[in-house]
Design a protein around this ligand. Structure first.
Ligand code: TRP
Length: 364
């Protein structure tokens, strides 16, 4: 059996550095590793609509933003199929059948859905489509027979739910679907990058994101305004690195080589942290270093993004071609599913022959 990747993002905004270290960067490494037979990267517009039904324009405008972010980071349409979810109607059909295999109480227990319901104040009026999006996400994954789903930690309950659906489907209808594994970032700091305000999650609505498409000046301004250790008031004070966003970002982004280049007084991040904790190291110095590190990472992405954006019709062509390939694969899986579920009436010559025989003998 081949190794297949499927993953994706909701097009509700431009992608930020949290997406980048949490998933995007890894995808590109996996893509270039040559270890995978097929790679599918999906722009989840239908899922975005589950809580943006009244704002289709937002979703529509952000599809191109996400596609540009993908291409700028190095996702390569020659190696990865980039496609748009809503263009694959087979996914809806699969979702419809999976709905028979999941209980309401199981959905209510999904921790991601639970916390999103809270975040969106959906308590009393949650759209059915939103409530059931874990089932549709299971369709996204299984349609491609994905073995590997590289995502951030917050998506773990979705993969778990997908595995349960696969297990149930296979045990009821016979071995058809593939149980996927989640692939989390190996660097702990990358699991969940906090916002620049120190809040646990980067989110557009909190206004605490650094975007891949931010200008150099915007990135610098955001870093210099970053939340740090609130008790580290004077340079001499001992500071805390744990839970300090500036150091979490450094954990995620900096390598020893950055010290030689930008901060040669220190050999590595451990030495810098030790000094900060001892006292005598100011936030501004650390932030300036982080700025250098992050600009190095983001500069090539920003430049490539600008270049690719000069030919938007070409980007849509990539998505259209990708959607065509994705649809072919999903249709193949759906046909197998329908065969397993015995709802493939017209291709089931045996069924027709057997019934023909039976009805003939009954009329005798
Ligand atoms: N739920 C994911 C997010 O919020 C997006 C997504 C939709 C996805 N379908 C998927 C991710 C399938 C991985 C696999 O970012």
């Amino acid at each position: 059996m081949g190794k297949i990747i499927l993953t994706g993002d909701r097009p509700t905004g431009r992608l930020h550095v949290g997406h980048y270290v949490g998933s995007l960067k890894r995808r590109v490494e996996l893509q270039d590793s040559g270890e995978f037979d097929e790679i599918y990267i999906m722009i989840a517009d239908a899922q975005a609509l589950t809580d943006n039904a009244d704002n289709p324009e937002k979703v529509r405008q952000n599809i191109i933003e996400v596609a540009l972010d993908y291409l700028a980071c190095g996702l390569d349409p020659a190696k990865s199929v980039l496609f748009i979810q809503s263009q694959i109607p087979e996914l809806c059909e699969m979702t419809f059948y999976y709905m028979d295999l999941v209980t309401v109480s199981r959905l209510q227990r999904n921790p991601t859905v639970k916390s999103e319901i809270q975040m969106r104040n959906f308590e009393a009026s949650i759209p059915v489509g939103f409530f059931t999006y874990p089932i549709s996400q299971a369709a996204d994954i299984t349609a491609f027979k994905a073995t590997t789903v590289p995502v951030g930690e917050d998506q773990a309950p979705m993969i778990e739910q997908t595995r349960e659906i696969v297990h149930k489907f296979n045990s009821v209808y016979g071995d058809t679907l593939v149980e996927p594994d989640i692939l989390l970032p190996d660097n702990k700091a990358c699991l969940r990058l906090p916002g620049i305000d120190g809040k646990a999650k980067m989110s557009k609505s909190l206004g605490n994101c650094i975007y891949l498409s931010d200008t150099e000046a915007e990135v610098k301004k955001k870093i210099m305004s970053m939340f740090t250790d609130p008790n580290h008031l004077r340079v001499e004070d001992p500071g805390q690195v744990e839970g300090n966003p500036v150091f979490i970002y450094l954990d995620a982004f900096c390598r020893d080589g950055h010290f030689a280049e930008y901060l040669p007084d220190y050999k590595n991040l451990d030495e810098l942290k030790a000094h900060y904790m001892r006292g005598g190291l100011g936030d501004v110095k650390v932030k300036k270093f982080l700025n250098n590190v992050l600009q190095d990472e983001l500069r090539p992405i920003r430049e490539r993004r600008k270049e690719i954006a000069q030919d938007i019709p070409a980007v849509y062509q990539i998505l259209e071609e990708g959607s065509r390939k994705a649809k072919a694969k999903a249709a193949e899986t759906l046909a197998e599913m329908k065969r397993a579920m015995k709802i493939n009436y017209f291709e089931d010559k045996e069924l027709i022959a057997e019934q023909a025989e039976r009805f003939r003998s009954e009329t005798d």
